[in-house]
Design a protein around this ligand. Structure first.
Ligand code: MN
Length: 129
């Protein structure tokens, strides 16, 4: 089974970049453009991993992470936060909100690949880079 990743991101350029990378790693990606829809999709689609942009309109990525971790059936889904503003304390805020890991933008292909493989080892279908 190909691992299914849900990416919640409001910026179409980031969405396109990550879609391209994730596909090149051999994973399936589904998408949501805001936090509220994203949270609904976590419940309905049960992704193997969640990538969340921190800065989202309405419900932000950290709120989504906190909500997901409150739901026992979904709490084991790994959550990786992506943030543009690598401010002091950002990583701690992400982890405190329930995220399992954190990636600062701009996204590095190798860092994203390593991170996804780390959390998806069992299902990893790693394409040649
Ligand atoms: Mn954003």
């Amino acid at each position: 089974m190909t691992a299914k990743i849900l990416y919640i991101e409001d910026n179409p350029l980031n969405m396109r970049l990550v879609r391209k990378l994730v596909k090149s790693f051999g994973y399936e990606m589904i998408e949501a453009m805001d936090g509220i829809l994203g949270l609904e999709m976590v419940k309905s689609e049960r992704p193997d991993l969640l990538l969340v942009d921190v800065n989202l309109p309405g419900m932000d990525g950290l709120e989504v992470a906190t909500e997901v971790k409150k739901i026992p059936e979904l709490a084991s889904i790994p959550i990786i936060a992506l943030t543009a503003n690598a401010m002091h304390g950002d990583r701690e805020r992400c982890l405190a909100a329930g995220c399992d890991a954190y990636i600062a933008k701009p996204i590095s292909r190798q860092e994203l690949k390593n991170m996804l493989n780390r959390f998806l080892t069992d299902d990893a279908q790693i394409a040649t880079s």
